[in-house]
Design a protein around this ligand. Structure first.
Ligand code: SF4
Length: 97
């Protein structure tokens, strides 16, 4: 009887682990979503996926994350979203250096 309980416990632990793993994948997938210009915060900051401001774009903004050369990159202002390297928003500040 004791060993059955233990087996049930292990089964539960296994499915819990699988659930947690799938949850992690879902969160990562969400973090990869491209920022839409229709997003409420994007609208508030006038985000455009193609900059119309000379010399200013996401790839040379101090808030952009990720690596140079990537087309879509995380941004500190829009957590969980990816911004276009050629984009721009009114929070733009020139990257130092
Ligand atoms: Fe682009 Fe605005 Fe993020 Fe700067 S703050 S990287 S301009 S979206």
């Amino acid at each position: 009887m004791k060993s059955v309980n233990r087996r049930d416990f292990l089964k539960l632990s296994g499915s819990t682990l699988i659930g947690l793993t799938l949850g992690g994948v879902a969160l990562r997938a969400q973090a990869q979503e491209q920022l839409s210009a229709d997003d409420a915060t994007a609208k508030a900051l006038n985000y455009k996926p193609e900059s119309t401001v000379d010399g200013a774009k996401c790839s040379n903004c101090m808030y952009v994350q990720g690596s140079d050369g990537e087309q879509y990159r995380p941004c500190n202002i829009f957590p969980g979203k990816l911004v276009n390297a050629n984009g721009w928003c009114s929070a733009w500040v020139k990257k130092p250096g």
